[in-house]
Design a binder for this molecule. Structure first.
Ligand SMILES: [Mn+2]
Length: 213
């Protein structure tokens, strides 16, 4: 298994409010996107990433443990905002994968996505966005709470998993994502995807994690 990851501020935004987690030894990868229009999006995404890192989550964890780790991250973001006027309402998307040999579990809230490129080169969007047109209905830290979606995937040798923020999926269409995800090794694919988002304008922060099985 090869893992490559990269995050870029892009050409327009002043700050990078995305965050990523690559804990290859634990078999855990994740992407977070602090919500625009809310204060301290960068703090929200970093807080969620740190909470996941410290959660004890591994490739051997159960589906329940994965959802519980996201719930814990939700509470961590809320606690980090508590009593701080500059952080009230801060929130972040999350897409998290645990990688156990030929299967992976993916849990998410918000509009950060997972895609699977199967051994025949077919791209499948694994996650369904919570919200559309920039309005997010679920995010870690939002008062209404979160109900993460969970899927289990077959990840045989030669398949590839992509986690990304909407700075990729809004800039690069699915056909191009599939072609770039499949070309070269994981590091090449990761760089090609990020560069494609930047070449097409880079109007948002862009974050990409590629896992080649
Ligand atoms: Mn974004």
């Amino acid at each position: 298994m090869q893992v490559a990851a990269r995050t870029e501020v892009g050409h327009v935004r002043a700050r990078n409010e995305d965050a990523l987690l690559v804990a290859e030894e634990d078999g855990v990868v994740a992407v977070f996107d602090g919500l625009g229009g809310h204060p301290s999006g960068d703090v929200a995404s970093a807080t969620a990433a740190q909470s996941l890192r410290e959660s004890g989550l591994t490739a051997a964890s159960s589906a329940e443990d994965l959802v519980a780790a996201l719930q814990a991250a939700h509470h961590a973001v809320g606690a980090a905002a508590d009593g701080d006027p500059g952080r009230v309402g801060m929130a972040t998307t999350a897409v998290v994968a645990t990688l156990a040999g030929s299967t992976a579990r993916v849990a998410h809230v918000g509009d950060s996505r997972a895609y699977l490129l199967d051994v025949d080169g077919r791209l499948q969007q694994v996650t369904e966005d919570h919200g559309m047109g920039g309005y997010i209905t679920q995010a870690l830290g939002l008062d209404r709470g979160v109900e993460p979606d969970l899927v289990e995937l077959a990840t045989p040798p030669q398949s590839r998993l992509l986690l990304c923020s909407d700075g990729l999926s809004n800039m690069v269409d699915a056909a191009d994502i599939g072609a770039l995800l499949g070309a070269g090794d994981a590091a090449v694919a990761c760089d090609s995807l990020v560069e494609a988002a930047l070449d097409r304008g880079g109007i948002d922060n862009v974050t990409v994690v590629v896992v080649a099985f």
